[in-house]
Design a protein around this ligand. Structure first.
Ligand SMILES: *Cc1c(COP(=O)(O)O)cnc(C)c1O
Length: 399
């Protein structure tokens, strides 16, 4: 296996095509899938050296694998991070990033508006192991400050949030974390590494569900943790090796192929989202459109300060509550009803009855998730077809 001439500094689109590529002796163009659990050694001495860390080769695919290593390297280049570790899913990344840092007696502060499973980890799982958590309104910096305790170790947030697309000031929360001797972990799924760089804003660790935009075509689950080499070595490296949420080499290969086209797909999806948001705003049957790059987004300025675009997801309050939202969704034919996002196919979710059913009506109301809210993840279809589809949806709402 050879690493070619050290590449010159690559801009993101180039790094996403060439970054991290390891070629075997066959000189394949496309990255190879090393579908192997283990590796053989030329001698007993070589095995000894590998295990002693004197020879950096591969040992076992729970630890590392060439295809997975290519994915990790490409992600690190994209994020501008020193180090990356791939995981089997986004939730494996979130869980490892948290558990790897925490022990009984520590305390966690997190924004309330979290992906459902992230909320389970913070609110239910960590307290069972002696790590209490405080949930705050992530947009209110005073609440973050007030929640800090001497034993607070980790702050955790997503921005934009799911599904209401609130923006949390990452730089300000990082400052609060560091002033209290804690770290900040950011789930950057909605923004993607192309639109927002939490590490540059002061976060200590970034996690992704690669299942979303990075695959982008709805095929495989995957995740990634990115941070400084020191953070990864101290908190993540051993935890992942010994507990085993490893990404399959096949899935890593799918993600590598996904990364090649990420900028092209994301820009096209974002253009569709921006057009649809403008089309929907103010139309009969629509009470409100939330999209970060629209001037009427409540945190438009902050959004444009820390993101380079509005992203591929829109939140829409449909008139008539759940009944209105259901009429809208049931009248769509091109946009599919699904809970995924970042896909080439446009996907509609009704959070109150699906992804956010479990948290109950009180927590939903607190988080601004109304019964009429739908989340639309914009895909790669022709914009005119998407406009025709939502027009049919609104006709079913207004009668
Ligand atoms: C999907 C998602 C996750 C979980 O990722 P999986 O790959 O489904 O495990 C975590 N956070 C956010 C914001 C997500 O959208």
């Amino acid at each position: 296996m050879t690493t070619p001439v050290p590449p010159r500094k690559m801009r993101p689109a180039t790094a996403l095509v060439h970054g991290g590529t390891l070629r075997s002796q066959f000189g394949e163009t496309s990255e190879a899938i090393f579908l192997t659990q283990g590796f053989v050694y030329p001698s007993m001495e070589a095995a000894e050296a590998r295990f002693a860390g004197k020879d950096p080769g591969f040992i076992y695919s729970r630890f590392s694998n060439p295809t997975v290593a290519m994915f990790e390297q490409r992600m690190a280049l994209l994020e501008g991070a020193e180090s990356a570790r791939a995981t089997a899913s986004g939730m494996a990344a979130v869980t490892a990033a948290m558990l790897g840092q925490l022990k009984a007696g520590d305390h966690v502060v997190a924004a309330k508006a979290l992906f459902g499973s992230c909320r389970y980890v913070v609110e239910e799982l960590l307290p069972r192991f002696g790590v209490p958590s405080t949930l705050v309104d992530g947009t209110d910096l005073a609440q973050w400050r007030a929640a800090m305790r001497p034993e607070t170790k980790v702050l955790f947030l997503e921005s934009p949030t799911n599904p209401q697309l609130e923006i949390i000031d990452i730089a300000a929360v990082a400052e609060i974390a560091h002033a209290g001797g804690a770290t900040l972990v950011v789930d950057n799924v909605f923004a993607t590494p192309l639109l927002q760089s939490p590490l540059k804003l002061g976060a200590d660790c970034v996690v992704y569900s690669a299942t979303k935009h990075i695959d982008g075509q709805g095929r495989t689950l995957g995740g990634c943790i990115l941070a400084s080499e020191e953070f990864i070595q101290t908190h993540v490296h051993n935890f992942l090796r010994q507990t085993g949420p490893a990404l399959s080499p096949f899935n890593a290969w799918v993600m590598l192929k996904g990364l090649e086209t990420l900028p092209v797909r994301l820009m096209a999806q974002q253009a569709n989202a921006a057009r649809l948001a403008d089309f929907l705003a103010g139309r009969p049957g629509v009470e409100r459109v939330l999209y970060p790059s629209r001037k009427d987004h409540p945190q438009h300025e902050l959004a444009m300060r820390q993101m380079s675009g509005g992203g591929s997801v829109i939140a829409i309050d449909i008139a008539g509550g759940q009944d209105g939202a259901f009429r809208f969704g049931n009248a769509l034919s091109i946009i599919k009803i699904s809970n995924n996002l970042g896909d080439a196919k446009s996907l509609l979710t009704h959070p109150a009855t699906t992804t956010h059913q479990r948290i109950g009506p009180v927590a939903r109301a607190e988080s601004g998730i109304g019964d009429g809210m739908v989340r639309l993840s914009c895909g790669l279809e022709d914009i005119e077809d998407l406009i025709d589809d939502v027009t049919a949806g609104l006709k079913a709402v207004t009668g």
